[in-house]
Design a binder for this molecule. Structure first.
Ligand code: DQA
Length: 138
């Protein structure tokens, strides 16, 4: 069975409470349970951190053994050379995801340090962006 991890960056622990008009009203923990049911053909793990270095450490931990990484680096997408370099340095393919359509928002969200080294990018479909990314591993 393919082993896939979803890694969420800063403030995504507040999903459901945070700006629901942009990010929806469902918590990620609840959504993750439904993903585990819908993608029972995949072994799914989940990690969230608000700390840049912890996200880099996790990418290093899983990046040579897992079959895939679904990464929503949240605000660090637009700022972190370190996370971009980590994605470049590992061998596991990374799918970049965003809940919102970052290109329809502020200009600073149009820049991504992840995209140049991602296998693919899914954005703008709400939480469904994660399901679409997982679909690509089936
Ligand atoms: C986000 C988009 C980012 O610009 C923002 O900083 C986030 C969430 C998204 O999933 O839409 O925190 O990555």
């Amino acid at each position: 069975m393919k082993k896939i991890i979803i890694i969420n960056g800063p403030n995504l622990n507040l999903l459901g409470k945070r700006e629901p008009e942009i990010y929806g009203s469902q918590s990620f923990e609840g959504y993750f349970k439904s993903l585990q049911q819908d993608f029972s053909a995949l072994e799914l793990d989940y990690f969230q951190s608000n700390i840049e270095g912890e996200l880099i450490d996790k990418l290093h931990d899983v990046g040579f053994s897992y079959d895939g990484i679904v990464l929503n680096a949240a605000a660090y997408t637009h700022t972190s050379v370190g996370i971009g370099d980590a994605v470049k340095g590992i061998s596991t393919p990374v799918i970049e995801v965003h809940i919102s359509n970052t290109y329809s928002r502020e200009e600073f969200r149009h820049q991504s340090f992840i995209s140049p080294n991602a296998k693919g990018v899914v954005l703008g479909f709400g939480l469904k962006s994660y399901a679409l990314a997982l679909q690509s591993f089936l």
